[in-house]
Design a protein around this ligand. Structure first.
Ligand code: ADP
Length: 229
């Protein structure tokens, strides 16, 4: 099975005043292409930091990340941005929609960056798919949390990424809306073969993914295949 993500001996520290805070220590794992993978662990265990390093949003201090066949540490910022735009989707816990753009414009942006001539039409289709066909001209401030998350999802899907990183995709949503978002994520995995890497507090959600990486205090506690997935 091809590995779309290979993480080896990753380490990351932040300086806090005169002290160095080690957030990730000797993290190694890999993710097969097309798999569903979750990262769980207590608050502060380094999950968000790890996701950012895997997606090339930030740089590790030690170790290596190979994403879609490319060693991230050998790429400059422009090359990493290009890889992210072509192959990677990212869903942030706080959505990170652009507040001055409508839902339609938010979803169109990555498509326009890719040079798509039909960005608007495709964005409209995607918003329809996530059930927001009647909200396309709304601004983020005019949308509920669940609706904003679905716009974020449509934006992340828009470029048909090979791999999608989602940071607590249901963290800010009620149970019913969260379930809708999860269904959409798994649908994308099934229909388009997009690899999912999900950071979550929700152990029920983690159980539905094929592999679960447990972190504690910045270290890998376990990396197990789910029997029921
Ligand atoms: P989790 O997602 O598991 O809650 P995080 O990766 O967000 O954990 O954070 C892990 C640790 O790293 C926390 O102690 C947090 O305070 C610290 N941390 C995260 N980002 C920064 C930063 N930019 N500067 C300093 N410390 C940070």
């Amino acid at each position: 099975m091809t590995k779309i993500l290979k993480v080896s001996q990753l380490g990351k520290s932040y300086s806090s005043g005169s002290r160095q805070l080690t957030v990730l220590n000797d993290i190694s794992f890999d993710v097969s292409s097309g798999a569903t993978f979750s990262i769980v662990g207590p608050s502060g265990s380094g999950k968000t930091t790890l996701l950012g390093l895997c997606a090339g949003l930030d740089k590790a201090d030690t170790g290596t990340v190979e994403l879609c066949g490319k060693a991230l540490e050998s790429l400059d910022e422009d090359q990493r941005a290009l890889l992210r735009n072509e192959e990677v989707g990212f869903i942030f816990q706080d959505f990170q929609l652009l507040p001055t753009l409508t839902a339609l414009e938010n979803v169109s942006v990555p498509l326009e960056l890719q040079g798509s001539k039909e960005a608007s039409t495709r964005a409209m289709e995607l918003l329809d798919k996530v059930g927001l066909g009647d909200r396309v001209h709304h601004y983020p401030s005019q949308l509920s949390g669940g609706e904003q998350q679905r716009v974020a999802l449509a934006r992340a899907f828009s470029t048909k990424p090979s791999i999608l990183f989602a940071d607590e995709p249901t963290g800010n949503l009620d149970e019913e809306t969260g379930e809708k978002v999860i269904k959409l994520l798994f649908e994308l995995n099934k229909e388009a073969g997009t690899t999912l890497v999900i950071v979550t507090h929700d152990l029920e959600l983690a159980k539905r993914t094929q592999q679960v990486l447990r972190l504690k205090g910045g270290k890998v506690l376990s990396n197990e295949t789910n029997p029921i997935s």
